[in-house]
Design a protein around this ligand. Structure first.
Ligand SMILES: [Zn+2]
Length: 595
């Protein structure tokens, strides 16, 4: 039971939380022993009740001004499991904010508000050792305990620590480095004597250079660490820590390795990454291809999406900088030429391929990439792989590639060869020249135009497949009609009862009670939150949850069920977090029915 820590916002494994002490601490935070006096920090917490090796000790007396670290035995990293188990600490159940010291081997539910990773300095500096230790501990402890890594934070690494899921750090390492004459910044650890001028405007750095000594250096280091944490908190709140991380980790190789290894351990980050968000996704490095949002979109397009327009020609077009694509000048010209006689699919780096029905769906209208006109080998490789997977199952009568020369055409040729497909190329010079557009229109002569109702119905079905799972479009929306003007669509059943609405901002469906009932009645696995017998209004809090589907992600539609109520809402936690949390908002309810 966590009484003194609550998570408010999530950005992948990174989160904004609150340690509810007498003076509340917003996390990720810089904490220190009570009464410690490090200049430039906001001071708080962590009263260490000491080790247990010397003698059995009584439970410490704590209070709500600080987190009291419960007595523990320090075991060296790598202690065999059976030894660790034999010496496992037995944490007393206390009434005040408490911290439990764990190793990856002993991480579990110790009823503590804070989990302290023992031997943290041994993991930091080594990408795979760090990721192993961190993910093991995070997956082993309840989601609503704060993770504290003592003695490791620097201005350069703290963004990555938070990105990986660390909530609390201390200034100890920054202090030690300062006393050693190392001047820390977000990019370097300079030898103080090498600096002719100080690259900082903090109060410690304002005196004459010759007067700046190691005491000042300590103060500067801690201030630099605190300032970086402020930046990181802002990034997490904005849902944009990853964009920052991709640049920041370039300052130290082990940080770059850490982020890449985390991308390879896809599940840890995926589980914690929202399905949708408001923030724009900035794809400026090669690492962007491997981020969860991109991989998840490609995976769902190739595995869940069904090309329902495959009875007409496919027209592959390049993406546009303006989103959604259909709002762009170039895509308006393609639409004028195509006149809904074909199925338009956009090719884009780093997303892969975007069928016209999913142009609104996160992150298809939320990303921004660097356009140089040249594609890197990795981009060509990735988009080719997605396009090949997309075309492998589809059976279009004709494939038209209305794409410019560089990159796009290479990819089309590569995939055509791999799958032994005939592709017609309609672009001369540039896709929007009158010549090229004329070729495209001529190629589609003889095909008739799709009805608007058909297009919109299939758009809803495509979004349902993407969002709810393979088969959902047919199972939940076989016979529906749409009202309104795209992209603001309302989905009704044949009797005119509303089932869902297309949320224009994220390109996903918001269900009504009737829509939720269709989901439950279908064969498509329903993401369900089982609650105690009460009627939730506004939101469902974690303590009211009996069980939740593992595959729920933040931003997912969820059916909320209990003996007293049936409803539908949007998840604010992932499924495992709902199961293990005792605090915090788990679901924002949209509709609820009393039973
Ligand atoms: Zn400074």
């Amino acid at each position: 039971m966590t009484d003194y820590f609550e998570v408010h916002e999530r950005d992948g494994p990174a989160r904004i939380g609150e340690l509810r002490l007498a003076d509340a601490v917003v996390t990720p935070a810089l904490v220190d022993d009570v009464d410690a006096d490090t200049p430039g920090t906001v001071h708080r917490v962590l009263d260490d009740a000491g080790g247990r090796w010397a003698a059995e000790r009584d439970p410490p007396a704590g209070d709500d001004t600080a987190v009291t670290v419960l007595p523990h035995r320090g075991l060296p990293a790598g202690t065999p499991d059976e030894v660790a188990e034999a010496f496992a600490d037995d944490y007393p159940d206390v009434e005040f904010p408490s911290g439990a010291v764990v190793s990856p081997e002993t991480a579990g539910d110790h009823d503590a508000d804070v989990t302290v990773l023992a031997g943290a300095p041994g993991y930091v500096g080594h990408g795979s050792a760090f990721v192993d230790a961190l993910t093991t501990v995070k997956d082993g402890v309840p989601a609503d305990t704060a993770l504290y890594l003592p003695g490791v934070a620097t201005p350069r690494n703290v963004a990555t620590l938070v990105y990986a899921g660390v909530d609390l750090v201390d200034p100890h390492r920054a202090v030690v480095r300062g006393t050693e004459g190392r001047y820390l910044t977000t990019d370097e650890a300079y030898f103080l004597e090498d600096l002719d001028e100080l690259p900082c405007a903090c109060p410690a750095c304002q005196g004459p250079r010759d007067d700046f000594d190691r005491t000042d250096c300590v103060e500067h280091n801690v201030r630099a660490l605190a300032a970086e944490l402020v930046r990181v908190r802002r990034r997490v709140r904005d849902g944009r820590l990853r964009d920052y991380i991709e640049g920041q980790v370039r300052q130290d190789n082990w940080l770059t390795a850490t982020v890449r290894i985390m991308d390879q351990r896809y599940g840890y980050v995926e589980r914690r990454t929202p399905l949708i968000r408001r923030a724009e996704l900035s794809a400026t490095t090669e690492d962007a291809i491997r981020r969860v949002e991109i991989q998840r979109f490609a995976e769902r397009v190739t595995e869940r999406y069904v090309p329902r327009f495959a009875d007409r020609p496919l027209v592959l077009v390049p993406c546009s900088a303006r989103k959604p694509y259909s709002d762009s000048q170039s895509h308006k010209q393609y639409h004028d030429a195509v006149q809904w006689r074909a199925h338009m699919v956009s090719m884009t780096s780093p997303i892969g391929v975007v069928p016209q029905e999913l142009e609104l769906t996160y992150p298809a209208q939320h990303y921004d990439s660097v356009v140089t006109g040249n594609w890197s080998a990795n981009e060509i490789e990735f988009v080719s792989r997605v396009l090949e997977a997309y075309l492998d199952g589809a059976d279009y009568p004709e494939i038209i590639a209305h794409v410019p020369g560089e990159g796009y055409r290479d990819i089309c040729e590569r995939v055509a060869e791999a799958l032994d497909l005939d592709v017609t190329y309609t672009v001369r010079d540039h896709p929007t020249t009158a010549d090229s557009l004329g070729n495209l229109a001529a190629e589609l002569e003889g095909w008739d135009t799709y009805q608007k109702s058909t297009r919109e119905h299939r758009t809803i079905q495509a979004v349902a497949d993407y969002q709810f799972g393979a088969g959902a479009g047919d199972a939940m929306f076989p016979d529906t009609s749409t009202q309104g003007r795209y992209p603001q669509l309302r989905v009704d059943d044949s009797d005119g009862e509303q089932l869902a609405a297309l949320a224009q901002q994220y390109g996903v469906l918001s269900l009504t009670i009737a829509g939720a009932r269709r989901w439950v009645d279908s064969d498509v696995p329903t993401k369900t939150v089982d609650i105690e017998p009460f009627v939730p209004h506004g939101s469902v809090l974690a303590p009211g949850i009996v069980d939740a589907s593992d595959d729920i992600r933040v931003g997912d539609e969820v059916v909320v069920r209990g003996d007293a109520a049936f409803g539908v809402g949007r998840a604010e936690m992932h499924g495992a977090e709902m199961q293990s949390s005792t605090r915090g908002i788990a679901v924002q309810m949209r509709h609820v029915e009393e039973l």
